[in-house]
Design a protein around this ligand. Structure first.
Ligand code: ADP
Ligand code: ADP
Ligand code: MG
Length: 665
C-alpha cells in the first residue's frame, strides 16, 4: 500500500479522500490555489502545495504543477477526485511516465469513454443497449439535421465531450434544429474545447439509473448496485438515492451485468459509473460511463457498508477487490441531497459569499455530511458552489425520507442564499415521497416547489425583535465593561429612562412589506406589539447567537444571525429572512440594478444576441453570460432599444458590471 498520496482536487471530495487515507494510515498531500489557501482540505491534509492563482486553468488543471508537487513531497499516487483532471487521459499518462500511480482507470479506458459518440460505438459492439440516435463522425449541419428528422422529435443534441449536464439541447421540432445545434456547439467549444455532437432520441419521462462498477488489475469486476438520480435540474443531479425505488431483482441483475460488460469492453480498472436512461417500463439504454468516483458515491457506501475510496486505493496498489459479487448485499435505503449556494427561485442562480453561519445537523450512523467548508469560509465564484452533500440512511425509504426532512430542518446556513428550503419542499413533495420519479419531476412540480413568498410568521417577527433587543443589551454590557463603570445608567439598554414609559419602534422589511414592532419596556420584560396585537416577551442569551425566548406562556429556542442589515431567523426547523429597517439609512427600493442589465456575478460574455440600435420586445434575449459553469441569458427588461453593448463576446466582466445600454420605450 502507498504511504503517501496527493489529492489533485479541492472541496468536499478532497476532504473525503483525506479521511479514508488517514484511517488507513496513509499520509496526504493537498494542493491548492491562492483562493483556497485556508480551505478545509488544506487544513486537513498532512502537507499542502500551492499550485497557482484562483482560476482552475492556472491551478487545479495544471498537470505539470501537480506532478512537480508529487516529486517534491514524495507522493507515490494521485487521487483526482471528480471534475478537474479526473477524466483527463493525458494526465493519467503523464503520471505513469513519471512513475506515479493514478488512482483511477488506465488512460486507454478514459479515452475510450471520453467521447460519448466513441463510447456508444464501443458499447454497441459489446451488445450494451443504446439510446436510438446518431453518433457518427460526419458533423455536417445539414446531415445532422437529416439524422434528427429521421430519429423523430423530440431529440437531444449532446456535446460528445460534454459532462456535468452541459452542452445539451432539447429540440422539439425540426424548425428549431439549426439554432439549437449552433448554441450547443458554442457551449461545447467554450466548455470542452470540442464541438463534436451526437443526437439521441429524447426519452420522455425517463429515469436516470446508474450502476457503480469496480474492477481490479487481476481481471475481477463487480457491480455495487444502482443509484437513482432522476431528480435533476437542468440535467444536473439534485437528489440521489440507492437502491432505485421499485427496481425488480431481475432488472438489477441485468443492468449490473450490462454495466460490467461495458467496463470490461474497455479494460476498466478502479471505480466507474455506467449511466443508463430508463423508460418507466424499466427498459434501459446506455448513456455514458463516468470513469471516476461519482459525486453521489456515498449513497452506495451507505447501503453496501463499503468505503469506495478504500477500494480505489487498494485496487490502485495492485490488490484484488475486497469482495466478490455474491458477497455484496444491499442493506436499507440511502438518500443524498446536494446543498448548494444558489437561489432556486431565480433559476438556480449560483450565489457567493461568506458562510457567516454554518451549522450542519449532527452526524450519526444515519446522517453523514461531506463538506469542504466550515463556518467563516467563503463560497467564491471560481469553483462549483456546492456547500455540502447531506446523506441519510435508514432501514426503509420512508425512514430515510423522514431522516432527510429532519436533517434539512436542522441545517443552519446564513450569509448567503442556499437551496435548503427548496430541498425541504422537494423531499416533502408527494411525487418524490411516493417515488413517482422521472427527470422532469422538478419542472412538473413547480407550483409545489416554488410557492409564492409567504409572509414571515408572527413568532419569527417576535423572535427577530427580541434578538435585536438582546443584542443591544449585550453591546451595552460590553461598552459598560470597557468604560470602567459597569453600573452607569447611561449604558443601560433595558429601557430605563427618566420618564418611565419608554417605548420605541423596531422595524423590519419582509420582502416589500415594512413591519413595525412597538416595544414597551416593563421591568424585566417587553411588551411587543405587531399589527395591533401584543405579546409579553422575555429573552436570555445563550452561547453564540442562540437565545431562549418566552412569548406569553410559550418557551422557544431560536437564533438570529446578522450580516449588515440582513437577519436570518432560525426557529423550529425553518429559516426566515428579514432586513432590519433603519429609518435613518433607508435606501430607495426603486434603486435596483438598472433593470437587470448588469452581470449577476463575475463571468464571461459568450454571445451578443441583438444588434446595437435594434428595437426589441420585453424578454428578448440580448446577451449570454457564462458564469460558474452555467450560461445565463440576459433579456430585455421592457420593450425598447438596444443602444450599445458594453463588452464584446469573449470578454470577462465583473460582478455588477453594466452589460447593455438600453432605452425603454
Ligand atoms: P455527471 O457528470 O454524470 O453529472 P456527477 O454528478 O458525479 O456526474 O458530477 C457532476 C460534474 O460536475 C462532474 O463531472 C464535474 O465535471 C463537475 N464538478 C462537480 N464538482 C466539481 C468540483 N469540485 N470541481 C470541478 N468540477 C466539479
Ligand atoms: P452528462 O455528461 O452531462 O452527465 P449525460 O449524457 O449523462 O450527460 O446526460 C445527463 C442527463 O440528461 C441525464 O441524467 C438525463 O436526465 C438527461 N438525458 C440524457 N440523455 C437523454 C435522452 N436521450 N433522453 C432524455 N433525457 C436524457
Ligand atoms: Mg452523466
Amino acid at each position: 500500500m502507498f504511504t503517501k498520496i496527493l489529492i489533485a482536487n479541492r472541496g468536499e471530495i478532497a476532504c473525503r479522500v483525506i479521511k479514508t487515507a488517514r484511517r488507513m494510515g496513509i499520509r496526504t498531500v493537498a494542493v491548492y490555489s491562492e483562493a483556497d489557501a485556508n480551505a478545509r482540505h488544506v487544513r486537513l491534509a498532512d502537507e499542502a502545495v500551492l499550485l497557482g492563482p484562483a482560476a482552475a486553468r492556472e491551478s487545479y488543471l495544471v498537470a505539470e504543477r501537480i506532478i512537480e508537487a508529487c516529486k517534491r513531497t514524495g507522493a507515490q499516487a494521485v487521487h483526482p477526485g471528480y471534475g478537474f483532471l479526473s477524466e483527463n487521459e493525458d494526465f493519467a499518462e503523464a503520471l505513469a511516465a513519471n512513475g506515479i500511480a493514478f488512482i483511477g482507470p488506465p488512460a486507454a479506458a478514459i479515452r475510450a469513454m471520453g467521447s460519448k459518440s466513441e463510447a456508444k460505438k464501443l458499447m454497441g459492439a459489446a451488445s450494451v443497449p443504446l439510446t436510438p440516435g446518431y453518433h457518427g463522425d460526419d458533423q455536417t449541419p445539414a446531415l445532422l439535421h437529416r439524422e434528427a428528422d429521421a430519429i423523430g422529435y423530440p431529440v437531444l443534441i449532446k456535446a460528445a465531450a460534454g459532462g456535468g449536464g452541459k452542452g445539451m439541447r432539447l429540440v422539439e421540432q425540426s424548425a428549431d434544429f439549426p439554432d439549437a445545434l449552433a448554441s450547443c456547439k458554442r457551449e461545447a467549444i467554450s466548455s470542452f474545447g470540442d464541438d463534436h455532437v451526437l443526437i439521441e432520441k429524447y426519452i420522455t419521462r425517463p429515469r436516470h439509473v446508474e450502476i457503480q462498477v469496480f474492477a481490479d488489475t487481476l481481471g475481477n469486476c463487480v457491480y455495487l448496485f444502482e443509484r437513482d438520480c432522476s431528480v435533476q435540474r437542468r440535467h444536473q443531479k439534485v437528489l440521489e438515492e440507492a437502491p432505485a425505488p421499485g427496481m425488480p431483482e431481475e432488472r438489477r441483475r441485468q443492468m449490473g451485468e450490462a454495466a460490467v460488460a461495458a467496463a470490461q469492453a474497455v479494460g476498466y480498472v478502479g471505480a466507474g459509473t455506467v449511466e443508463f436512461i430508463a423508460n418507466q417500463d424499466g427498459t434501459f439504454y446506455f448513456m455514458e460511463m463516468n470513469t471516476r468516483l461519482q459525486v453521489e458515491h456515498p449513497v452506495t457506501e451507505m447501503i453496501t457498508g463499503q468505503d469506495l475510496v478504500e477500494w480505489q486505493l487498494r485496487v490502485a496498489a495492485g490488490e484484488p477487490l475486497p469482495l466478490r459479487q455474491e458477497q455484496l448485499q444491499i442493506r436499507g435505503h440511502a438518500l443524498e441531497a446536494r446543498i448548494y449556494a444558489e437561489d432556486a427561485s431565480k433559476g438556480f442562480l449560483p450565489a457567493t459569499g461568506r458562510l457567516v453561519r454554518l451549522a450542519p445537523p449532527a452526524e450519526s450512523l444515519n446522517v453523514r455530511v461531506d463538506t469542504g467548508v466550515e463556518e467563516g469560509d467563503e463560497i467564491t465564484p471560481f469553483y462549483d458552489p456546492m456547500i455540502a452533500k447531506l446523506i441519510v440512511w435508514d432501514e426503509t425509504r420512508d425512514g430515510a425520507l423522514a431522516r432527510m426532512r429532519q436533517a434539512l430542518a436542522d441545517y443552519q446556513v446564513a450569509g448567503l442564499t442556499t437551496n435548503i428550503d427548496f430541498l425541504s419542499r422537494l423531499v416533502a413533495c408527494p411525487a418524490f415521497a411516493g417515488a413517482d420519479l422521472d427527470t422532469g419531476l422538478i419542472e412538473r412540480q413547480k407550483d409545489f416547489l416554488f410557492p409564492a413568498a409567504q409572509p414571515v410568521p408572527r413568532d419569527a417577527l417576535l423572535v427577530a425583535t427580541v434578538g435585536e433587543l438582546l443584542w443591544e443589551q449585550h453591546q451595552a454590557k460590553l461598552a459598560a465593561r470597557a468604560s470602567g463603570d459597569p453600573w452607569s445608567p447611561w449604558h443601560a439598554r433595558d429601557g430605563w429612562r427618566m420618564n418611565l414609559s419608554a417605548a420605541r419602534t423596531i422595524s423590519f422589511r419582509d420582502g416589500e412589506t415594512l413591519v413595525d414592532a412597538q416595544v414597551r419596556y416593563q421591568r424585566d420584560q417587553w411588551r411587543i406589539t405587531i399589527a395591533g396585537q401584543s405579546t409579553l416577551a422575555r429573552g436570555r442569551k445563550l452561547e453564540g447567537d442562540r437565545f431562549a425566548v418566552e412569548l406569553d406562556d410559550r418557551r422557544l429556542i431560536a437564533s438570529v444571525v446578522a450580516v449588515d442589515d440582513k437577519r436570518s431567523v432560525f426557529l423550529q426547523g425553518s429559516t426566515y429572512s428579514l432586513l432590519r429597517d433603519d429609518p435613518l439609512h433607508r435606501v430607495d427600493a426603486g434603486d435596483s440594478h438598472g433593470g437587470g442589465l448588469t452581470a449577476p456575478m463575475p463571468g464571461k460574455v459568450v454571445a451578443l444576441l441583438a444588434q446595437p440600435g435594434q428595437k426589441v420586445d420585453k424578454g428578448t434575449p440580448l446577451l449570454i453570460l457564462e458564469a460558474m459553469k452555467m450560461e445565463h441569458t440576459i433579456t430585455a427588461p421592457a420593450a425598447g432599444t438596444v443602444k450599445a453593448f458594453c463588452y464584446a463576446a469573449g470578454e470577462q466582466v465583473a460582478d455588477g458590471a453594466a452589460l447593455v445600454e438600453f432605452e425603454g420605450e
